[in-house]
Design a protein around this ligand. Structure first.
Ligand code: UDX
Length: 425
């Protein structure tokens, strides 16, 4: 099949390349010429492990091409995926302007039956709106169907998640479109949930909100365990082995971030408010998330005292490992607190490069730790587990480690002579 992907961000690019792997021909469309140039040259404009190799493979095999031109791209493709961003508006709603632009451009250029697939995370009812936006721009009596087919890709493991999804959700009221979608996904080995567009859109929000809830639950529980001198990791394992609970998404830390969880939970809360339904459990999950970083910061302050003039290392800027995404990263909440308390902030991240003159960025943790009074691990990068901590101790002015992701072995680190504090460990 010939597939058009509108939007070449991490979702669009990953989805397109995975369809190439499944034997389809893919066109990636984006209005940003610098992104197109980079993709055509086999370079990703974002960091995602494994994806660049796949991009080069399929460029070489001529399975994927990139274009800014709607007209030709729509004519030449059978299935059109909308994979544009839906950032959060001030009122908590998702901004649908990019989706609307894409839908209108599809309408203006439609010349035969196509399946239009909404992969972007959009509020319930958006598929219906996409239908209207396309219809309003049609230049003839052309037919089309709209399908909701949300993605569940995690940044950092997007390729793995896309190649081996837990499930595929297809939301459409058209049997014809449903058949085309099932055919498109026929080489994937997983359950397919066939449902309505509204249910499909809700599944995406419900999934992300549930995961966010799970993290906030374990984070709040960690605060109690800390007082009771119980290791939260033992609790996560002890409860997670119960299949009804599951081991995933029970890592306590300094809070969730990224482009999805905070935005999607907010959007679902906004929908519930608009419909006069109380989703207080999600409001609480966001509140716990916000205060989790403050809670950890307070523990740092309690341990070191006055931070004025102290040199503090922030190890990890990305909102999680294996990505260069810093959106809603808890590292920055900590950085703002440190700056307010007049600390000197040294930062390190294996992939993120910042342009902030008030922060000193270093290429290695060792350099960042030189004459530092404390080091805070904010991102669970593997490289931080493999550091020569003995050497780092000799470099630091004061050997304080605050492990906001619980990635280090407390006993080993303490035996090296560090003061160590994790999140309830
Ligand atoms: C998420 C969803 O997992 C994915 O299905 C959806 O399509 C997009 O949003 P992503 O935001 O890329 O993916 O990352 P994810 O791995 O879900 O982590 C989100 C945040 O939760 C990160 O800040 C991470 O550090 C935090 N987290 C995750 C925890 O604090 N503890 C955990 O146990 C798991």
């Amino acid at each position: 099949m010939n597939i058009l992907i509108i939007g070449t961000g991490y979702v669009g690019t990953t989805t397109g390349l995975v369809f190439c792997e499944m034997g389809h021909k893919v066109t990636g469309l984006d209005l940003d010429h610098s992104k197109l140039e980079s993709l055509r040259a086999g370079k990703l404009h974002f960091y995602e492990p494994g994806l660049e190799d796949l991009l080069r493979k399929h460029l070489h095999g001529e399975n994927i091409t990139f274009t800014p031109e709607y007209e030709k791209a729509i004519k030449e493709n059978d299935v059109i995926f909308i994979c544009v961003g839906t950032p959060q508006l001030h009122d908590g709603n998702a901004d649908l302007s990019y989706v609307k632009n894409a839908a209108e451009s599809i309408g203006e250029n439609l010349d035969s039956y196509k399946v239009i697939v909404s992969k972007s995370t959009v509020p319930v009812g958006t598929s219906e709106m996409i239908q209207q936006w396309i219809k309003a721009k049609l230049k003839g009596e052309f037919t089309f169907d709209v399908v909701s087919n949300p993605e569940f890709l995690r940044e950092g493991s997007a390729l793995k998640d896309a190649l081996k999804p837990d499930r595929i959700v297809i939301g459409t009221s058209s049997q014809k479109a449903n058949g085309i979608m099932k055919n498109l996904y026929k080489n994937f080995i997983c359950e397919i949930v066939e449902t309505t567009p509204n249910t499909s859109e809700m599944i995406k929000y419900a999934a992300n909100s549930f995961l966010a809830l799970k993290i906030s639950y374990i984070n709040e529980l960690a605060r109690l365990c800390d007082v009771l001198d119980i290791k939260i990791k033992d609790i996560s394992r002890g409860i997670g082995l119960d299949h009804r609970i599951g081991l995933n998404f029970l890592n306590a830390g300094i809070g969730f971030g990224g482009s999805c969880f905070p935005k999607d939970v907010n959007a679902l809360i906004k929908t519930s408010k608009d419909k006069q339904v109380n989703l207080s459990i999600l409001e609480r999950a966001l509140e716990v998330n916000k205060t989790q970083t403050d809670f950890f910061y307070q523990q740092i302050r309690n341990s070191i005292g006055n931070l004025n003039g102290k040199t503090i290392v922030i190890a990890g800027l990305a909102f999680k490992s294996n990505t260069d995404d810093i959106r809603q990263s808890p590292s920055f909440a900590l950085i703002e607190n440190l700056l307010k308390d007049k600390a000197i902030v040294h930062v390190h991240d294996p992939v993120v490069k910042l342009e902030r003159p008030e922060l000193k960025q270093f290429n290695t943790v060792e350099e960042a730790a030189y004459q530092a009074d404390a080091l805070i691990i904010c991102t669970e990068w593997d490289v931080y587990q493999q550091l020569n901590w003995m050497k780092i101790k000799t470099l630091m002015r004061q050997p304080y480690i605050f492990d906001g992701r619980n990635i280090l072995d407390k006993e080993i680190i303490k035996n090296l002579g560090f003061y160590y504090k994790g999140v309830s460990q």
